[in-house]
Write a protein that binds this ligand. Sequence first.
Ligand SMILES: *Cc1c(COP(=O)(O)O)cnc(C)c1O
Length: 371
Amino acid sequence: MTQQKWVQQAVSSIEADFNRSADTHLIPVALPAYPGIQLYLKDESSHPTGSLKHRLARSLFLYALCNGWLNEHSTVIEASSGSTAVSEAYFARLIGLPFIAVIPKSTSVEKIAAIEFYGGHCHLVDKSHEIYGESERLARELGGHYMDQFTYAERATDWRSNNNIAESIFNQMRQEKHPIPAWVVCSCGTGGTTATIGRYIRYRGYETRVCVADPENSVFYDAYTSGDSTLSHEQGSRIEGIGRPRVEKSFIPSVIDCMVKVPDVASLAALRYLHGSLGRRSGGSTGTNFIAALHLARQMHEAGQSGSIVTILCDSGERYMQTYYDDAWLTSRQLDIAPALAALTACADHGDDMPWDLAEGVRSTKVFTHN
Ligand SMILES: *Cc1c(COP(=O)(O)O)cnc(C)c1O
């Protein structure tokens, strides 16, 4: 088969898969203590590969194919905290290419099983920050293609149209009480979702603001408030999918209106709260998003405002049964979520004070340049 023919077939397979897929739901979440504020979760767990990374993986494969970066003999390699690798393994299999995921050894066993289920191979490294160099090395030695989501997420995604996550959210909000959200709350892994949403808001001229929630052991918040893009951190984030040890190239601070630093214990207590309120489990980053959304809901309430807030249910909790939903796992990490959950419930349901004094940061005026 000629290279041209192979690329045509690979692109058609991915487009046909898109055509078979349905949109994800927008779910209202009650905040009993704040009746003037409507909160919604964009449920990205319902994609075929279970997370918002399904959108990203599709875009990255199309981008690589249309750039001429892949051929029928390519091995695809990716540095990931797990979710992207699950989705990329799915698309690699769809177009018949071998796939190697370079992931930290702390990645949940459920995600490793999902990568292998789609025919991917897992290459484990000790520390989160080692995934980049190891992916480059493997690509060099095997003559493979390093997909590099952290660089390409923001540019591979169609931010103006194609029912991207932002366009889908704004369409689904059309018949709501406050159709134009006051806030969209995201959290950053690559930063790609935030870039798409932030750009779309400007493109359409909406007044919606973007708030990014950052977990512990991540440099994004400090980079945002200081303007220093060279920051790095040894330890990996405990909230899988978000928080990075370096400032990723796809992180675009100029589309973000404010950032909030969320303690991990708050994120994990939020999962239990949401389980009670929605009747379903979500992953850690959804908890981080929820805490920031609740923080904003309280601010709006105190200022006498009403309006809507949209955030993202990034993936399902079924992937974290042996970590975030396992009390022994939490205890061994000194994460005491019982008091946190009680205080959070009092805050969301009865309007008590937020149990955590969240650091809220505005963007440094220093010009942010990636080196
Ligand atoms: C990647 C990821 C995010 C963040 O999305 P980005 O677009 O990469 O910033 C949030 N939650 C989970 C579970 C993820 O895998």
